[in-house]
Write a protein that binds this ligand. Structure first.
Ligand code: ADP
Length: 255
Protein backbone atom coordinates (compact mmCIF):
# COMPACT_ATOMS: atom_id res chain seq x y z
CA UNK A 1 0.00 0.00 0.00
CA UNK A 2 1.52 3.26 -1.15
CA UNK A 3 0.72 6.73 0.09
CA UNK A 4 -1.27 7.78 -3.02
CA UNK A 5 -4.72 9.20 -2.54
CA UNK A 6 -7.35 6.74 -3.75
CA UNK A 7 -10.85 6.99 -5.14
CA UNK A 8 -13.59 4.41 -5.16
CA UNK A 9 -16.02 3.19 -7.79
CA UNK A 10 -19.23 1.46 -6.83
CA UNK A 11 -20.45 -0.34 -9.94
CA UNK A 12 -23.97 -1.78 -10.08
CA UNK A 13 -24.02 -3.15 -6.53
CA UNK A 14 -27.08 -5.15 -5.55
CA UNK A 15 -27.58 -6.87 -2.21
CA UNK A 16 -30.55 -9.07 -1.52
CA UNK A 17 -31.45 -10.70 1.79
CA UNK A 18 -33.78 -13.53 0.89
CA UNK A 19 -36.71 -11.50 -0.43
CA UNK A 20 -35.48 -8.06 0.64
CA UNK A 21 -33.72 -5.95 -2.00
CA UNK A 22 -31.61 -3.83 0.32
CA UNK A 23 -29.57 -2.44 -2.61
CA UNK A 24 -30.47 -2.39 -6.31
CA UNK A 25 -27.81 -1.56 -8.90
CA UNK A 26 -26.20 1.15 -6.82
CA UNK A 27 -23.52 3.03 -8.76
CA UNK A 28 -21.50 6.14 -7.96
CA UNK A 29 -17.92 7.40 -7.92
CA UNK A 30 -15.99 8.74 -4.95
CA UNK A 31 -13.30 11.14 -6.06
CA UNK A 32 -9.81 10.58 -4.63
CA UNK A 33 -9.13 12.86 -1.68
CA UNK A 34 -12.75 13.99 -1.31
CA UNK A 35 -15.25 13.77 1.51
CA UNK A 36 -18.23 11.97 -0.03
CA UNK A 37 -21.62 11.71 1.65
CA UNK A 38 -24.14 8.86 1.45
CA UNK A 39 -27.50 9.94 2.78
CA UNK A 40 -31.01 8.60 2.77
CA UNK A 41 -33.99 7.87 5.01
CA UNK A 42 -33.91 4.98 7.48
CA UNK A 43 -33.92 1.64 5.74
CA UNK A 44 -32.63 3.08 2.45
CA UNK A 45 -29.59 0.78 2.41
CA UNK A 46 -26.77 2.97 3.72
CA UNK A 47 -25.41 0.53 6.28
CA UNK A 48 -25.75 -2.38 3.87
CA UNK A 49 -23.68 -0.42 1.35
CA UNK A 50 -20.92 0.17 3.94
CA UNK A 51 -20.99 -3.49 4.86
CA UNK A 52 -20.48 -4.41 1.19
CA UNK A 53 -17.66 -1.87 0.70
CA UNK A 54 -15.90 -2.98 3.90
CA UNK A 55 -16.24 -6.65 3.01
CA UNK A 56 -18.63 -7.68 5.80
CA UNK A 57 -21.29 -8.58 3.23
CA UNK A 58 -20.85 -10.29 -0.10
CA UNK A 59 -22.68 -8.38 -2.83
CA UNK A 60 -25.39 -10.22 -4.76
CA UNK A 61 -24.14 -8.45 -7.91
CA UNK A 62 -21.78 -5.68 -8.96
CA UNK A 63 -18.34 -4.62 -7.90
CA UNK A 64 -16.45 -2.13 -5.84
CA UNK A 65 -13.21 -0.88 -7.37
CA UNK A 66 -10.54 0.95 -5.41
CA UNK A 67 -7.49 2.38 -7.10
CA UNK A 68 -8.38 0.44 -10.25
CA UNK A 69 -8.53 -2.85 -8.34
CA UNK A 70 -11.64 -4.88 -7.69
CA UNK A 71 -12.11 -5.26 -3.94
CA UNK A 72 -15.55 -6.86 -3.91
CA UNK A 73 -15.65 -10.12 -1.98
CA UNK A 74 -12.17 -9.67 -0.53
CA UNK A 75 -11.98 -10.65 3.13
CA UNK A 76 -12.32 -7.77 5.61
CA UNK A 77 -8.71 -8.17 6.82
CA UNK A 78 -7.51 -7.96 3.21
CA UNK A 79 -9.45 -4.74 2.81
CA UNK A 80 -7.81 -3.45 5.95
CA UNK A 81 -4.43 -4.25 4.41
CA UNK A 82 -5.59 -2.50 1.23
CA UNK A 83 -6.11 0.62 3.32
CA UNK A 84 -9.82 0.67 4.22
CA UNK A 85 -10.89 1.47 7.77
CA UNK A 86 -14.35 2.10 9.17
CA UNK A 87 -16.25 3.14 12.25
CA UNK A 88 -19.59 1.71 13.31
CA UNK A 89 -22.85 3.46 14.06
CA UNK A 90 -22.91 1.83 17.48
CA UNK A 91 -19.58 2.53 19.11
CA UNK A 92 -17.37 -0.53 19.47
CA UNK A 93 -14.79 0.58 22.00
CA UNK A 94 -13.23 -1.68 24.62
CA UNK A 95 -14.89 -0.46 27.80
CA UNK A 96 -12.39 -2.04 30.19
CA UNK A 97 -9.36 -0.52 28.45
CA UNK A 98 -8.07 3.03 28.73
CA UNK A 99 -8.45 5.40 25.80
CA UNK A 100 -4.74 4.97 25.07
CA UNK A 101 -4.98 1.18 25.10
CA UNK A 102 -7.99 1.30 22.77
CA UNK A 103 -5.73 3.05 20.24
CA UNK A 104 -2.72 0.83 21.07
CA UNK A 105 -4.69 -2.32 20.30
CA UNK A 106 -5.46 -1.01 16.81
CA UNK A 107 -1.83 0.04 16.28
CA UNK A 108 -0.58 -3.35 17.37
CA UNK A 109 -2.70 -4.97 14.66
CA UNK A 110 -0.69 -3.09 12.05
CA UNK A 111 2.57 -4.43 13.48
CA UNK A 112 3.48 -6.59 10.49
CA UNK A 113 4.24 -3.37 8.65
CA UNK A 114 7.15 -2.50 10.88
CA UNK A 115 7.87 -5.23 13.42
CA UNK A 116 10.76 -6.58 11.31
CA UNK A 117 12.66 -3.41 11.95
CA UNK A 118 12.75 -4.46 15.59
CA UNK A 119 12.40 -8.21 15.73
CA UNK A 120 16.06 -8.95 14.99
CA UNK A 121 17.40 -6.83 17.81
CA UNK A 122 18.00 -8.11 21.35
CA UNK A 123 16.06 -5.12 22.70
CA UNK A 124 13.60 -5.21 19.79
CA UNK A 125 10.43 -5.97 21.74
CA UNK A 126 11.09 -3.16 24.15
CA UNK A 127 11.77 -0.76 21.28
CA UNK A 128 8.64 -1.95 19.52
CA UNK A 129 6.50 -1.23 22.60
CA UNK A 130 8.04 2.17 22.95
CA UNK A 131 7.41 2.97 19.29
CA UNK A 132 3.77 1.86 19.68
CA UNK A 133 3.31 4.11 22.70
CA UNK A 134 4.80 7.06 20.78
CA UNK A 135 2.44 6.41 17.91
CA UNK A 136 -0.57 6.08 20.22
CA UNK A 137 0.27 9.35 21.95
CA UNK A 138 0.71 11.09 18.59
CA UNK A 139 -2.76 9.91 17.55
CA UNK A 140 -4.30 11.02 20.86
CA UNK A 141 -2.67 14.44 20.41
CA UNK A 142 -3.83 14.72 16.84
CA UNK A 143 -7.46 14.11 17.79
CA UNK A 144 -7.46 16.20 20.97
CA UNK A 145 -7.64 13.16 23.24
CA UNK A 146 -4.40 13.50 25.22
CA UNK A 147 -6.26 14.62 28.35
CA UNK A 148 -8.33 11.44 28.34
CA UNK A 149 -5.48 8.96 27.71
CA UNK A 150 -5.83 7.22 31.07
CA UNK A 151 -9.64 7.27 31.29
CA UNK A 152 -11.97 4.44 30.28
CA UNK A 153 -14.27 5.43 27.39
CA UNK A 154 -17.64 4.68 29.03
CA UNK A 155 -17.52 7.62 31.42
CA UNK A 156 -16.57 10.16 28.73
CA UNK A 157 -18.93 12.42 26.75
CA UNK A 158 -20.34 10.86 23.62
CA UNK A 159 -18.48 13.28 21.35
CA UNK A 160 -15.17 12.16 22.86
CA UNK A 161 -16.08 8.50 22.43
CA UNK A 162 -16.78 9.14 18.74
CA UNK A 163 -13.37 10.77 18.42
CA UNK A 164 -11.69 7.76 20.05
CA UNK A 165 -13.33 5.54 17.47
CA UNK A 166 -12.02 7.73 14.68
CA UNK A 167 -8.52 7.81 16.23
CA UNK A 168 -8.60 4.03 16.43
CA UNK A 169 -9.64 3.71 12.79
CA UNK A 170 -6.83 6.11 11.83
CA UNK A 171 -4.32 3.94 13.71
CA UNK A 172 -4.47 1.58 10.73
CA UNK A 173 -3.17 4.43 8.51
CA UNK A 174 -6.05 3.99 6.06
CA UNK A 175 -6.32 5.52 2.61
CA UNK A 176 -10.11 5.25 2.66
CA UNK A 177 -12.07 5.93 5.85
CA UNK A 178 -15.74 4.95 6.14
CA UNK A 179 -17.68 6.79 8.87
CA UNK A 180 -21.07 5.35 9.80
CA UNK A 181 -23.31 8.12 11.19
CA UNK A 182 -20.49 9.86 13.05
CA UNK A 183 -22.70 12.81 14.07
CA UNK A 184 -25.50 10.72 15.60
CA UNK A 185 -26.19 11.79 19.18
CA UNK A 186 -23.74 14.70 19.13
CA UNK A 187 -24.57 18.25 20.17
CA UNK A 188 -23.94 21.28 17.94
CA UNK A 189 -20.46 22.03 19.28
CA UNK A 190 -19.44 18.37 19.02
CA UNK A 191 -20.68 18.25 15.42
CA UNK A 192 -18.62 21.35 14.62
CA UNK A 193 -15.49 19.73 16.11
CA UNK A 194 -16.22 16.52 14.24
CA UNK A 195 -16.42 18.41 10.94
CA UNK A 196 -12.99 19.90 11.59
CA UNK A 197 -11.55 16.50 12.38
CA UNK A 198 -12.98 14.94 9.22
CA UNK A 199 -11.61 17.81 7.14
CA UNK A 200 -8.17 17.42 8.69
CA UNK A 201 -8.24 13.71 7.86
CA UNK A 202 -9.16 14.55 4.27
CA UNK A 203 -6.36 17.14 4.15
CA UNK A 204 -3.87 14.44 5.20
CA UNK A 205 -4.64 12.58 1.97
CA UNK A 206 -7.34 10.17 3.11
CA UNK A 207 -10.53 9.76 1.08
CA UNK A 208 -13.57 9.80 3.39
CA UNK A 209 -17.08 8.43 2.90
CA UNK A 210 -19.64 9.54 5.47
CA UNK A 211 -23.02 7.90 5.95
CA UNK A 212 -25.55 10.19 7.52
CA UNK A 213 -29.21 10.30 8.24
CA UNK A 214 -28.75 13.96 9.16
CA UNK A 215 -28.65 16.02 5.94
CA UNK A 216 -27.29 19.23 7.48
CA UNK A 217 -23.97 17.78 8.61
CA UNK A 218 -23.28 16.09 5.28
CA UNK A 219 -24.30 19.11 3.21
CA UNK A 220 -21.79 21.38 4.92
CA UNK A 221 -18.98 18.82 4.83
CA UNK A 222 -19.15 16.89 1.57
CA UNK A 223 -18.04 17.81 -1.91
CA UNK A 224 -20.51 15.34 -3.39
CA UNK A 225 -23.42 13.42 -2.02
CA UNK A 226 -25.16 10.23 -3.12
CA UNK A 227 -28.76 9.91 -1.97
CA UNK A 228 -30.28 6.46 -1.49
CA UNK A 229 -33.94 5.63 -1.15
CA UNK A 230 -35.37 2.14 -1.15
CA UNK A 231 -31.95 0.73 -2.00
CA UNK A 232 -31.56 2.84 -5.14
CA UNK A 233 -29.57 5.95 -5.96
CA UNK A 234 -32.14 8.72 -6.41
CA UNK A 235 -29.65 11.60 -6.68
CA UNK A 236 -25.91 12.12 -6.94
CA UNK A 237 -24.08 15.43 -7.13
CA UNK A 238 -23.05 18.47 -5.14
CA UNK A 239 -25.09 19.19 -1.99
CA UNK A 240 -26.82 22.08 -3.78
CA UNK A 241 -27.74 19.82 -6.70
CA UNK A 242 -29.16 16.97 -4.64
CA UNK A 243 -31.27 19.12 -2.31
CA UNK A 244 -32.90 20.66 -5.38
CA UNK A 245 -33.88 17.21 -6.72
CA UNK A 246 -37.63 16.57 -6.38
CA UNK A 247 -37.14 12.86 -5.62
CA UNK A 248 -34.90 13.77 -2.66
CA UNK A 249 -37.39 16.23 -1.24
CA UNK A 250 -40.11 13.61 -1.60
CA UNK A 251 -38.05 10.85 0.04
CA UNK A 252 -37.29 13.06 3.03
CA UNK A 253 -40.85 14.35 3.39
CA UNK A 254 -42.09 10.79 3.54
CA UNK A 255 -39.47 9.77 6.13
P1 ADP B 1 -30.08 2.23 6.50
O1 ADP B 1 -28.68 2.04 6.99
O2 ADP B 1 -30.18 3.22 5.39
O3 ADP B 1 -31.04 2.55 7.60
P2 ADP B 1 -30.02 -0.62 6.02
O4 ADP B 1 -28.90 -0.86 5.09
O5 ADP B 1 -29.79 -0.90 7.46
O6 ADP B 1 -30.58 0.87 5.84
O7 ADP B 1 -31.26 -1.50 5.57
C1 ADP B 1 -31.76 -1.55 4.23
C2 ADP B 1 -32.79 -2.65 4.09
O8 ADP B 1 -32.14 -3.92 4.16
C3 ADP B 1 -33.86 -2.65 5.17
O9 ADP B 1 -35.08 -3.04 4.59
C4 ADP B 1 -33.36 -3.69 6.13
O10 ADP B 1 -34.43 -4.28 6.82
C5 ADP B 1 -32.69 -4.69 5.20
N1 ADP B 1 -31.57 -5.40 5.86
C6 ADP B 1 -30.40 -4.88 6.26
N2 ADP B 1 -29.59 -5.82 6.79
C7 ADP B 1 -30.28 -6.99 6.71
C8 ADP B 1 -29.99 -8.35 7.09
N3 ADP B 1 -28.81 -8.67 7.65
N4 ADP B 1 -30.95 -9.27 6.87
C9 ADP B 1 -32.13 -8.93 6.28
N5 ADP B 1 -32.46 -7.70 5.91
C10 ADP B 1 -31.55 -6.72 6.12
Amino acid sequence: AGPEVVGLEVVGISKHFRGVKALSEVAFTVEAGAIHGVVGPNGSGKTTLFNVISGLYKATAGQVVMDGRRITDARPYRLSQAGIARTFQNLRLFGALTVRDNVLVALDRTRTRFIWRYALWPVGVWRYDRELRHRADALLDRFGLADYAGATPGALPYGIQRRIEIARAMACAPRLLLLDEPAAGLNGEEVRQLSEIVRSIRDSGVTVIVIEHNMGFVMSLCARVTVLSGGRVIADGTPAEVVATPAVIEAYLGD
